[in-house]
Design a protein around this ligand. Sequence first.
Ligand code: FES
Length: 241
Amino acid sequence: MQQIADRYPQSRSALLPMLHLVQSVQGKVTPEGIELCSELLDISAAEVSGVATFYTMYKRRPVGDYHVGVCTNTLCAVMGGDLIFDRLKDHLDVGNDETTADGKITLEHVECNAACDYAPVMMVNWEFMDNQTPESAVEAVDKLRNGDDVHSTRGPRICTWREAERVLAGFPDDLADEGPAAGPASLAGLEIARENDWAAPGAGARPTERPEQATASTAEGAVEQADTRRAEAETKGDVDK
Ligand code: FES
């Protein structure tokens, strides 16, 4: 915990990752964890508690080995998110924000994860499972309960919720670059811009230029080229490790 606090010029900025670390060890935000954060950051327990109860990623009840969040926000809902959530509720015999009797799966409906281009989306421990159906969702949770490997549709093998919480606390598991992070649907706009020779005002490079052909004349342009190059590499699944 102290290691996290030491990363920030103002130690109270460490509260969010510290709460994730509490969850990775204790499976939820405990009174003991709140006291420790308060002590280390020299803020009141009420302030820590206020943050922990404000953000939905912090849990006051124990989470199962896998947190399954089904997006039921507008686009995902109309594309099948509501059906997926209802099917999982029946299949797992739990309600919203409840955990299966074997302690394996916690089901929760979640808000938009900015992955609408792959709706309907399900998140398992905050890894994307894109273009889901009720059947694929049931298959994924059954595999997780059986201890079989499940891979995010554009990320790594799904780890446990506690392991994911440790990563969110700032202790990488070196899996961040495993699998493509930006799929074709996310890059469709970029491709259309290239075909039509469109560019954003003030952009450092024309969209029809390959990043290696363009010469950035500004710092912003250089950043844009780097972002484009990385997105393309990730789409091909060959991002540098
Ligand atoms: S509405 Fe589901 S990811 Fe945006």
